[in-house]
Design a protein around this ligand. Structure first.
Ligand SMILES: Nc1ncnc2c1ncn2[C@@H]1O[C@H](COP(=O)(O)OP(=O)(O)OP(=O)(O)O)[C@@H](O)[C@H]1O
Length: 266
């Protein structure tokens, strides 16, 4: 086989380990983590608080390269931030001095292919419509609710057209109703514009609802405790599935893993 035939499309995490501090104060956070996320796949990462979920995302984003191991996007090593990966954080993810339209346009400028001004405007319009932001296009973020601001952040991340989208508890600060609405919006945008997504959450229900696979981490130093495949496909994901016996069984199973000695309870 040629190297082209063996190249994995998507994200490949190969034996990465990370620690913070030196000598006696050294704390091992990630311990030999390996996983592949296929192109177009949506994985959710759950684990006890402080286990290293954000550290994993930051390593993949290139903000804090691991001590050892390798990260590959479409077969290419990554060790620093770049437009192949885009992060949506819990808060502060939009530029407060730019309007909604200009925030999203900022994303289009980071594309490897930026196109003409007019083509970029069309892309921005598409995301404004997709995320229900059209009537707020000229508004500044401070005039919007938290949920709307996160819509802008997600629209901007998709506008960058990254190979991998990294989301670090993007809905954690939202009230329950807004959170459900945002979950639906994310499913919808990702059905239209299928991307490879890694989504960190504390909520097991959210992880099962959104993801094709749920990666359950152990307590620190984090290893992968179990990878749980989720059976529902795109259009089947409506909030009704949350009461489906299989959904309830998966939720109990994952919550049990998090409570186990490896998960150290949470
Ligand atoms: N820059 C740093 N320097 C020192 N220690 C750090 C640093 N970043 C993270 N840590 C420590 O590494 C561990 C993992 O942190 P991380 O934020 O990745 O966990 P997490 O699973 O995302 O937590 P949570 O679920 O609470 O958000 C924690 O004990 C944290 O205190």
């Amino acid at each position: 086989m040629t190297s082209q035939q063996t190249e994995h499309r998507g994200l490949s995490v190969q034996s990465i380990s990370t620690s913070f501090g030196d000598g006696q104060a050294r704390v091992a956070v990630l311990d030999d983590i390996s996983m592949n996320v296929d192109e177009g796949e949506f994985v959710a990462v759950v684990g006890p608080s402080g286990s290293g979920k954000s550290t994993l995302l930051n390593a993949i984003a290139g903000f804090a390269p691991p001590d050892s191991g390798e990260l590959l996007v479409n077969g290419q090593p990554v060790r620093e931030p770049g437009p192949s990966r885009c992060v949506v954080f819990q808060e502060y993810a939009v530029f407060p001095w730019l309007t909604v339209r200009r925030n999203i346009d900022f994303g289009t400028r980071l594309r490897s292919w930026t196109g003409t001004r007019q083509q970029r405007a069309q892309i921005v319009d598409r995301y404004l419509d997709m995320m229900g932001l059209r009537e707020f296009a000229e508004a500044l973020p401070k005039t919007l609710s938290g949920g709307m601001r996160q819509r802008v952040a997600i629209a901007r991340a998709y506008a960058v057209d990254p190979q991998i989208l990294l989301m670090d508890e993007p809905f954690a600060a939202l009230d329950a109703q807004t959170r459900e609405y945002m979950q639906e919006s994310l499913i919808e945008i990702n059905q239209r514009e299928r991307r490879t997504v890694m989504f960190v959450t504390h909520q097991v229900e959210e992880a099962i609802f959104l993801a094709d696979r749920v990666i359950v981490m152990t307590a620190r130093p984090a290893t992968i405790q179990e990878v749980v495949p989720i059976p529902w496909k795109g259009p089947e994901r409506t909030h009704e599935i949350k009461t489906d016996p299989e959904f309830v069984r998966l939720r109990r199973h994952i919550e049990g893993l998090l409570r186990s000695p490896d998960g150290h309870g949470s």
